[in-house]
Design a protein around this ligand. Sequence first.
Ligand code: COA
Length: 338
Amino acid sequence: MNDLTKPFKRLPVALIGTGSYVPERRLTNSDLEKMVDTSNEWIVERTGIEERRIAAPDEKTSDMATKAALRAIEAAGIQPEEIDLLIVSTITPDTFTPSTACYVQANIGAKNAAAFDISAACCGFLFALKTAVQYIGCGQAKTALIISSEKLSHIVNWEDRTTCVLFGDGAGAAVLRTGSGKENDSAVLASDIGSDGTLTDILKVPGGGTAIPTTEDNINEKLYTLAMRGNEVFRHAVQHMKDSALSLIERTGIKPEDIALVVPHQANLRIINAVTSRIGIPPERVFVNLQKYGNTSGAACAIALDEAVRAGRAKKGDIVLMVAFGAGLTWSSAAIRL
Ligand code: COA
């Protein structure tokens, strides 16, 4: 990629295609009743989740990412060689290095892309979106493929009922391209990302990195699995998602009634309801699919966006508001005219 050599005018960025993939295997709440001390009633009442998808043992994060990417590429009507930026967001990479993005690049033949991963947990898709918008906006890329793919079943402690009921596997993708700038054409209207690193402890995978290296003892203590203080995460999630969405609405001048559909992070139905009621959006304009997939981290927003588009819930010209939160803590939102 070339460096910037002269002042530039920010270019518009259009979203031209979406795709997603979820594994075949369903793990229902009644399946979980046989694994830990829980019940379908508890899970549905506290989260809204009914089942989640689990990747096959030999199915890698890059395999799911590749399937979602190919669907997004097909929907966008482009060739893989046209992609010059490829970003994968994941907390469950195939390998620590190389990046999962490089595996996907090879799988799809996006030979002209610069490919790299980002880590922003459940906000990963919207952090990737913001990153791609900056590259395209300043003329450093023309066509970006952004993907979030997660094999969370690999890092879930299947003996911990407070977390194992929440998560699932899947991938979602979108293609972004320099837009026309015309009033009714697709455009990413605004996006917001933020973090609070003083809250790293409330949701994390403690082991496996340089802080707590992989040892036999650490593996036996399941330190490579997700640990969470659910109540605290819940409280911060509602606050930050609301604030991020409202600041975006204020900055763009969009009114809540202009928003055709909210596509939020799919962690918990109670969080979604609390956030959307606070920003003044009725439930019929909120897309929810967590009952089928649970929380697939960064992939959740991306899968939901793709399903909403394919189901006709969000159509060309509609303004969609996406909003997410995740480990870090991180939060993010984006307003997109499709
Ligand atoms: N089945 C049955 N009981 C369970 C349970 C399960 N799967 N998990 C926890 N419980 C029990 C707890 O042990 C507790 O029992 P106690 O009262 O005897 O101590 C009781 O249910 C209430 O637990 P609590 O944690 O207060 O429930 P909650 O209403 O806060 O719901 C979460 C828990 C995890 C669903 C909720 O806090 C949440 O969704 N937080 C946000 C998590 C999140 O989104 N994480 C991902 C971020 S991207």
